[in-house]
Design a protein around this ligand. Structure first.
Ligand code: FRU
Length: 326
């Protein structure tokens, strides 16, 4: 059989240091196992836009056939992504966007919609009356900007709801543990905290608990990851009231990359849908994600079996050749 053309996919990841990113990578690796002709290289920018720029430049020098990028901050990472695109390298933007339209395809959630959905849910939860604090993701990252825009916009429809404070973060819990206590000490009458991800939401809960406010203040997060410390578990345990599903999209990104590389038809905007996970549906979500995980394990075992059979077959072939030559 003719060898399939080989491809190199370079993945510039803003950070690989949290469960959501690891789930993304696991999804990519799972999908990549179907394409043995692909060499996959990831560079982890550790939340640094300067490092990410350097990584993408390195990819361009080393030679890649397609770039997948999750931009740490939209603006500083835009010029180098545009450069890659202008050099004819297809670019798949995954989750965090640049500020530019120069890319081949986007895969990820609609973060404005995530914010809007959160806003409308919060209005319902608070019966259209209350004081809300927002904990934003890292300034300049597109999901933080878009989630905030959608959330604030949704709240304008409810005159009884007031967005009384905004706290910036770096997407990680320690920044909430450091910044939130003084905010809550100054404003004890906050009814709800909308945090831009579930790690921040957990941090908010811990601070509320320290201050004896955990019964009073409701918390809504984003991501809804399955697993031991994921958002689904936080909702089930009553630590947060709800989370907005935001899928990591690793499988979808690789599938998209392969369509582009194989010159098959594809859409430019590929939006992964969101939904509210709260006490009314958390059990269903949990059972479903557990089922998925166990099916995933079955697939891995089958792949393992196939590999072994292939090895056995290859060694039998060798024996045949040797016998034939004798
Ligand atoms: C993971 C993460 C998620 C968040 C996403 C936004 O690194 O912080 O928690 O939803 O990035 O890009």
């Amino acid at each position: 059989a003719a060898a399939k053309p080989g491809y190199i996919i370079g993945f510039s990841q803003c950070t690989n240091g949290d469960a959501w990113r690891l789930a993304m990578l696991a999804g990519m690796q799972k999908e990549l196992s179907f394409y043995p002709e692909v060499t996959f290289r990831m560079k982890d920018a550790h939340n640094s836009s300067a490092l990410q720029e350097k990584h993408i430049r390195e990819f361009l020098q080393e030679g890649i056939n397609l770039l997948i990028v999750s931009a740490n901050e939209a603006e500083p990472v835009t010029p180098i992504v545009e450069e890659a695109y202008n050099r004819g390298i297809p670019v798949v933007i995954l989750d965090r966007r640049t500020t530019s339209k120069l890319y081949t395809a986007y895969v990820g959630g609609n973060n404005e919609e995530v914010g809007r959905t959160a806003g409308n849910y919060v209005a319902n939860l608070l019966r259209r009356q209350g004081r809300v604090l927002e904990i934003l993701g890292a300034p300049g990252s597109s999901p933080a900007v878009d989630r905030h825009r959608g959330f604030a916009q949704a709240l304008t429809a409810y005159p009884g709801l007031k967005l009384v404070g905004e706290l910036n973060s770096n997407w990680e819990r320690p920044s909430v543990l450091a910044g939130l206590p003084s905010v809550l000490k100054a404003q004890q009458d906050i009814d709800l905290i909308f945090a831009h991800n579930d790690r921040l939401a957990l941090g908010a809960y811990q601070v509320c608990k320290q201050l004896g406010l955990e019964q009073r203040i409701k918390i809504v997060g984003v991501d809804g990851l399955p697993g031991a410390h994921g958002g689904i578990q936080l909702v089930q345990d009553g630590i947060i009231n709800a989370t907005l599903l935001y899928s990591p999209g690793g499988e979808e990104a690789i599938r998209m990359a392969m369509k582009i590389l194989r010159k098959q038809p594809y859409e430019k905007e590929n939006i992964l849908s969101t939904m509210v996970i709260d006490s009314t549906n958390v059990l269903t979500m949990k059972l479903q994600t557990e089922k998925l995980a166990s099916q995933q394990q079955d697939i891995q075992r089958q792949q393992e079996l196939l590999r072994k059979q292939r090895d056995t077959y290859a060694s039998q072939q060798t024996v045949l050749y040797v016998l034939a030559a004798a």
